[in-house]
Design a protein around this ligand. Structure first.
Ligand code: BEZ
Ligand code: FE
Length: 294
């Protein structure tokens, strides 16, 4: 079979070789390395699936739709990377494995830079609807040293499964930043996370449907923890027992990040506050890798 089409194979190989050679003059050696590998793998992929012209057009239409739906508040290309597992693979490639360190997971598209400061023990929900949840723990280094003053950015969806920015650009709720106490301890109120679908009314949603995959993410709360001398940690805590822990649309779940949410009747909370309704609590220590450590 192979010998029957040597000319076709040669033609295909010649295209790849010509494109590879076109990057010979790339000044930045890393860009050259990345582009040569990208072209090699992209061409191999097209050869392997024997890409038809109609399929090529479908792919271009898909990417065009992704571009059109992307704006300041919607990033379809990150969603695509997420559902293809590229985001989690990149996390895995770059994460420094240190015994005892908190594992990282996807950043997601809903972090905003200018979230408000919330005092230690304050409420980041700020009007987000849901069951009150008291979250506490300690920020420390892998060697056990508490990281007083560590900066914690926290964000989560409300009980309806929406982030504030999905309502409107200037709506702010369910997010905030605070500093850990001198002993590294932290605490704040928010709402108990619930499972929610990633935005699935665009081309990425259509891809999930065509693949028979769901858009759901298990309930989680996002953290970005920043401390001098430490690698910034981007992670979530997931709520134990969530039905979607096994089929997260973006492959973000790690067992070490799954936390039990305790349910409590109305009454006094650990911060002395008097809770009028049922409330919940989660405890999780955030352990950072020292910068420069191997
Ligand atoms: C999130 O957890 O906020 C998220 C992550 C990936 C895609 C969509 C949402
Ligand atoms: Fe999220």
């Amino acid at each position: 079979m192979k010998d029957e089409h040597p000319a076709a194979e040669d033609r295909e190989r010649a295209v790849t070789d010509e494109v590879l050679a076109s990057f010979d003059g790339t000044g930045d050696p890393r860009l050259r390395e990345v582009m040569l590998s990208l072209v090699r793998h992209l061409h191999s992929f097209a050869r392997e699936v024997r890409l038809s012209e109609r399929e090529w057009e479908t792919a271009i239409e898909f990417l065009t739709r992704a571009g059109h739906i992307t704006d300041d508040r919607r990033q379809e290309f990150i969603l695509l990377s997420d559902v293809l597992g590229l985001s989690m693979l990149t996390v895995a490639i770059n994460e420094r494995q240190e015994p005892g360190a908190t594992e990282a997971t996807v950043f997601g598209p809903f972090y905003v830079d200018d979230a408000p400061e919330v005092p230690l023990g304050g409420d980041i929900a700020r009007g987000a609807v849901g069951t009150p949840c008291y979250v506490s723990g300690q920020v420390r280094s892998v060697d056990g040293t508490p990281i007083g003053g560590a900066l914690l950015h926290v964000w989560g969806a409300d009980d309806d499964g929406f982030y504030d920015v999905q309502y409107s650009a200037d709506h702010s709720a369910g997010r905030g930043w605070l500093r850990a106490a001198p002993d590294g301890s932290y605490r704040f109120w928010t709402v108990l996370p619930t499972p929610y679908p990633i935005p699935h009314d665009g081309p990425v949603g259509d891809l999930l449907t065509a693949a028979g995959r769901g858009p759901m993410r298990p309930a989680h709360l996002h953290f970005k923890v920043v401390a001098p001398g430490h690698r910034t940690l981007i992670t979530h805590i997931f709520v134990a027992g969530d039905p979607h822990l096994g089929d997260d649309a973006v492959f973000g779940v790690k067992d070490s990040l799954v936390v039990e949410a305790e349910h409590h009747p109305a009454g006094q909370a650990p911060d002395g506050s008097d809770q009028q309704e049922t409330w919940t609590s989660m405890t999780y220590d955030l352990v950072l890798v020292t910068e420069g450590a191997r």
